[in-house]
Design a protein around this ligand. Structure first.
Ligand SMILES: Nc1ncnc2c1ncn2[C@@H]1O[C@H](COP(=O)(O)OP(=O)(O)OP(=O)(O)O)[C@@H](O)[C@H]1O
Length: 241
């Protein structure tokens, strides 16, 4: 059993002649929380879509738990919980019914649905259709759906979008407890303070590559003002960029 959850080597993605990722490398160790940072348009969502098989690479290799990603195999999908871009639901159905559909597709039991809804703060939504949910409630449901089939790796693109301060704290604690139980989390966010709360390792995507993968504990030692100072240093071409 490998300790590497995700390993990306020389990954390149070209859209319409434009290289968004160029020879990109990234390594996420099992059971850790990896924070992927980068400016708007840096390629974070593209990277996540490649890791989850929603896009095909132009070149390069992606390994998940030591095996080359095979987008045709449901086994790979079952290993991953995914929240990328605006989540889509069956709006006329309840939160529970939406999770049932997802779990049927994943061939997973319905046994923990109530527990998952409680974990994301939707335990009292009953038969209410998702069409009546607020933005934050939909985001909570998207997180619930991503974790509902007990994946080993969670891929989360801007997961706290739309959450209120209580929700942010609740979801932060949920992520920390999932990692403590052995789940691997790969999270992108523009909210540096949030990444600073939870990440073990931070990678910054700039000019099509991850310039450095550094333990957050190291960043805190070297940058007294924390992740924001480190990030701006990288973006201005310093800190090993
Ligand atoms: N399907 C596509 N076709 C063409 N270009 C695309 C496509 N998807 C993404 N891009 C381009 O790739 C680049 C990276 O986009 P991406 O969404 O991955 O960035 P991001 O880092 O997630 O940005 P943000 O922080 O703004 O969400 C952008 O220039 C974008 O326009």
């Amino acid at each position: 059993m490998t300790n590497t959850a995700v390993e990306i080597c020389n990954l390149t993605k070209v859209f319409d002649g434009k290289e968004v990722l160029r020879g990109c490398n990234l390594t996420v160790q099992s059971g850790t929380i990896y924070g992927l940072l980068g400016a708007n348009g840096a390629g974070k969502t593209t990277m996540f879509k490649l890791i989850t098989g929603l896009l095909s690479p132009t070149a390069g290799n992606i390994k998940v738990q030591g095996k080359t990603l095979s987008i045709d195999k449901k086994d790979f999908l079952r290993k991953m919980g995914i929240l990328i871009e605006t989540p889509v639901f069956y709006d006329h159905l309840s939160a529970r019914e939406n999770l049932e559909i997802h779990l049927s597709y994943m061939e997973h039991s319905f046994g923990k649905i109530e527990q998952v809804l409680e974990m994301v703060g939707l335990g009292d939504t009953g038969k209410q259709p998702v069409s009546k949910f607020s933005l934050g409630m939909k985001q909570r449901l998207a997180i619930g759906r991503a974790i509902s089939h007990s994946p080993q790796i969670l891929i989360l693109d801007e997961p706290i979008n739309g959450l209120d301060p209580m929700g942010i704290r609740q979801i932060r604690n949920l992520f920390l407890s999932l990692a403590k139980d052995g789940m691997t989390l790969l999270i992108s966010s523009h909210i540096l303070s949030e990444i600073e709360h939870i990440a073990d390792v931070v990678g910054v995507l700039t000019n099509g590559n991850v310039v450095q993968e550094v333990a957050l504990s190291e960043i805190k030692k070297q940058y007294p003002n924390g992740l924001e100072e480190y990030f701006f240093q990288i973006m201005s071409g310093g800190a090993g960029a």
